[in-house]
Design a protein. Sequence first.
Length: 358
Amino acid sequence: MARPSLTIDTAAIEHNARVITRLCAAHGMTVVGVTKATCGHPEVARAMLRGGVAAIGESRLENIRRLRAAGIRAPMVLLRLPTLSQAEAVVSAAALSLDSELTVLAALSEVAVRRHRVHEVILMVELGDLREGILPDDLIPFTAAALKLPGIRVIGLGTNLACLGGVAPDRENMARLAALARAVETTFDLRLRWVSGANSSALELIAAGGMPAAVNHARMGESILLGRETVHRRPWPGTRQDAFLLEAEVIELKEKPSAPRGTRGEDAFGHRPEFADRGTVRRALLNLGREDADLEGLTPQDPRLTVVGGTSDYLVVEADGAPLHVGDRLGFTPNYSALLAAMTSAYVAKRTRIGAHS
Ligand SMILES: *Cc1c(COP(=O)(O)O)cnc(C)c1O
């Protein structure tokens, strides 16, 4: 078996989904399971749904179509802001999207009216992370304009944190979100079904009872897939961190000096890596490169192995005392970035297995 492979343990994902949805339910929150890091893998979505998520969240229309084509009937939420040019496709693929541009909402409304449908939206508000979102001062006029669009129904207010700016959810910004939702409700005399404040960065706040009662909706990806909260990237109690295993094959194994020799310039990717001289070491080259994964995000299963670096097509590992042979397959646990790259890479074979419950 030549290609690197990524094995997905659907029982681990189901288990993690159950832990996260129960925690959220205990604090009055409904969970959307986010499959985007797996490119909308249908078995991952099914495992999340068995584990109790109420809907599937996806960032790309292609992934939503993939899930639908596989027969998944659950509600789908489009997480990435819709593109203006794809309004038609967005209304077809998703009944609910997250939005922050009136021009786009007008286009979605036009399509929805023409199709005798209503497209539901959660308006996204910017609360410090500086990715997507309407500025709080603009929210009331924005909502007034959105409510005039006949094909659109505003059903919620949301925010996204801990993504671009690394800003964690806390009592202050969540109270701000709750207050903005209340302002929208009182100004326009309407009820918002969802106040969507949380992703995997909010688990500590939720568990500590710090989430305002008004925040009743969470979009959870990494915590279900990899079993980690995302402020400190700590394993979340009761979840499993072993749902994904990336494997590649040893194709060269030799004793080599630990430090490069010769005039040093940039490496293949424009960096100038430092290598300490630790004499001669045992090095393995694997058939795994940047076309397959984010090599900085790999943790070897065998603690005696250390990732030294890699290029487009090779991963270089130091094997301190591990009994290795050419042809061995070595396993690595991917972080979110490596998972995303491996799932997206056409060179990595994907397979699912139903592992033992632990
Ligand atoms: C990706 C994404 C999520 C999921 O975030 P996790 O940190 O993986 O839980 C939630 N909301 C939006 C808008 C996203 O794009």
